[in-house]
Write a protein that binds this ligand. Structure first.
Ligand code: HEC
Ligand code: HEC
Length: 291
């Protein structure tokens, strides 16, 4: 019964996405095409579109955290309420430095901690793509954060301790396919942001990357995706690729929780070579036991 409900839910959401897929077919400019591929791999849509009848990229989605509720901003090219008067430099700074055009630090609920590694070409293509979407007037909603987290200045010491800005350089021991996978997992797909344990200050534990956590988004368990027996050690690369495309595990369970959206909006829509690259890279990770 549960599986049936999930099937229905996934079938329904597939229909809802048909519109954006159709829009994509009309894209012929290679720069926009690349930008859309980055947008998909980075899963920008889910966080920046309110659920149900939310307008594409007009923000307003509530993102709950132990620090309170964040409301995602409007990232359509609307002049008054979106990114209409931003320059490409403003955009690059937001993604890679985690700062607004006025220089204020962003909360890491916006995963710039991963996006900081994006290549110049990908940032430029993503910017071109975002400027091509429909501008929608929708004012941003204030975050509702617990005291004292509402003070952005508190982010400065946090950033100083936990944020390392800089382009991603893959481990030179990886082959070309694995290196592409590394970029997709560590930068665009920001898989670590959900799949790694965090300390009390919300910082990722660098020694336990991708080893899963008991307290992920919504307080739910997130799987260990390293090649350990506690993780996906017994999945073949083909199993991983199939899962990223369809949401089905080798036990034929349908994916749940926050990963549903990742599969629907991101991995299922990637080029097949990108899914294969992710699988190849995950297989190179050090196998780590779960907590
Ligand atoms: C996990 C959710 C999440 C994802 C994924 C995400 N964002 Fe955001 N984004 C946010 C939140 C929350 C904020 C507000 C941060 C703040 O107020 O400090 C934000 C802020 C922004 C801003 C600043 C807007 C402003 O008005 O200052 C831009 C630009 C942006 N995101 C673009 C993107 C792009 C492009 C992607 C994909 C590459 C993306 N975001 C992916 C949650 C997300
Ligand atoms: C927004 C949070 C989030 C992000 C981002 C995310 N995941 Fe997940 N992922 C989850 C959760 C939660 C589960 C557990 C799903 C469940 O309970 O069925 C999961 C499950 C999985 C599984 C299945 C593991 C198993 O043992 O069943 C794989 C494989 C996986 N994720 C890979 C990835 C990859 C690769 C990325 C980056 C491209 C990624 N995830 C990004 C939250 C996330």
């Amino acid at each position: 019964m549960r599986r049936l409900a999930l099937w229905l839910a996934s079938a329904l959401s597939c229909c809802a996405f048909a519109a954006s897929a159709q829009e994509a077919e009309e894209i012929t400019d290679p720069q926009l095409e690349r930008g859309r591929a980055v947008f998909i791999a980075a899963s920008c849509e889910g966080c920046h579109t309110a659920p149900d009848d939310g307008v594409f990229l007009a923000g307003g989605r509530a993102i709950t955290s132990p620090f309170g509720t964040f409301y995602s901003p409007n990232i359509t090219p609307d002049r008054e309420t979106g990114l209409g008067d931003w320059s490409e430099e403003d955009f690059a700074r937001a993604l890679r430095e985690g700062r607004s055009p006025a220089g204020e630090p962003y909360y890491p609920a916006f995963p710039y901690t991963s996006y900081t590694g994006m290549s110049d070409e990908d940032v430029a293509a993503l910017w071109a793509y975002l400027q091509s979407v429909e501008a929608v007037e929708a004012p941003n909603r204030e975050h509702e954060l617990k005291f004292p987290f509402g003070f952005r200045l508190l982010l400065e010491p946090w950033r100083w301790m936990n944020f390392k800005e800089g382009r991603f350089t893959p481990d030179p021991a990886l082959n070309e396919q694995q290196a592409r996978g590394a970029y997709l997992v560590e930068v665009l797909g920001h898989c670590s942001e959900c799949h790694s344990p965090r300390n009390r200050l919300g910082a990722l534990d660098p020694d336990r990357r991708l080893a899963g956590t008991a307290s992920g988004p919504d307080g739910r368990r997130v799987s260990n995706i390293t090649p350990h027996a506690d993780g996906i050690g017994d999945w073949s690369e083909g199993d991983i690729t199939y899962f990223l495309e369809t949401g089905f595990t080798p036990e034929f369970d349908y994916v749940g929780g926050a990963m549903v959206e990742v599969v629907e909006l991101s991995t299922s829509q990637m080029a097949p070579e990108d899914r294969e690259a992710i699988a190849a890279y995950l297989k190179t990770l050090p196998p780590l036991p779960s907590d």
